[in-house]
Design a protein around this ligand. Sequence first.
Ligand SMILES: NC(=O)c1ccc[n+]([C@@H]2O[C@H](COP(=O)([O-])OP(=O)(O)OC[C@H]3O[C@@H](n4cnc5c(N)ncnc54)[C@H](O)[C@@H]3O)[C@@H](O)[C@H]2O)c1
Length: 298
Amino acid sequence: MAFTDLIMFLARFVSSILVSIARLVPFFRPPPKEVKGEIVLVTGAGHGMGRLTAIEFAKLGATVIVADINEVGNNETAGIIREFGGKVFAFICDVSKKDNITRLSEEIRHEVGDVTMLVNNAGVINVADILSVTDERIQRTFDVNILAHFWMVREFLPAMKKNNHGHIVALASQGGLEGGPFMTDYCSSKFAVVGMCEALRRELRWQKCDGVHVTYICPLFVDTGFVRNPSSTGIKIYTPQEVVDELMIAVLNNIPCVTLPKLHRLSMFVKSLMPFATQEVVFDFIGPRCELDKTKRK
Ligand SMILES: NC(=O)c1ccc[n+]([C@@H]2O[C@H](COP(=O)([O-])OP(=O)(O)OC[C@H]3O[C@@H](n4cnc5c(N)ncnc54)[C@H](O)[C@@H]3O)[C@@H](O)[C@H]2O)c1
């Protein structure tokens, strides 16, 4: 390595820290980006955080495309958006199948145009020990929670790259940062989402595609009914609106990652300094828990 490379590295290292510190002060922060006129596709928009995300984007003047396997819920979301005068298109789609995603994207391009912001939100979960979950349910977890993200991104990223303009958003989870018991397939799929987002963000940066952003969000439990009776010591159960508010702040400010609770990243760092046995003591104390699924593998 040449001496000048080292100097350049140190200069960039220090300036990135200074800029980050300065941005803690509102005066030095760039204004949040406008989404008026953007075409935003939200998967799993028929319920929970997907619905609220679609509503927030529509309130800001974006054209929103809601897609869900659940026709009733999806139409309800579209109805809510239409009621306040928002622009919305509704499509029924089971994102677990690649062919469905190909068909959906063709319909969207034909009827609406190129998607400029993609929110991969649709998700499923099994809460059971690894030997109790059926093969089909494990397969579905990966189809919906991660492979669908790939098929979606591969459909919509080319136009974003061509215009050097766009945003890929993913609903990951705390389960994508730290494995929890009775959620082996879910946590693995969410680790994959985190990995995909990190890798894609760096790939785009190395390709000088600085107008296409990637954001993923990692909440702990959220009160949407996604899991039954969630609890943990010292960490609140978030309302879906609280999470979506943070998601919107992150997206509008091109922030790559948000954990909820926000201090989780710091606690991960502190925990990594602890012996493994102590990490388990801490995990058992916080003890994120929810009700196990009733259906078992025969
Ligand atoms: N609720 C939580 O505790 C929590 C915590 C962390 C992360 N997340 C993640 O946030 C996302 C949204 O979760 P939520 O709590 O709003 O869930 P939710 O169950 O309220 O909504 C999920 C939506 O996805 C749709 N969906 C499921 N499978 C689909 C498929 N194959 N094709 C199309 N749509 C499909 C459902 O019909 C539903 O409308 C998920 O990815 C989930 O993993 C949830």
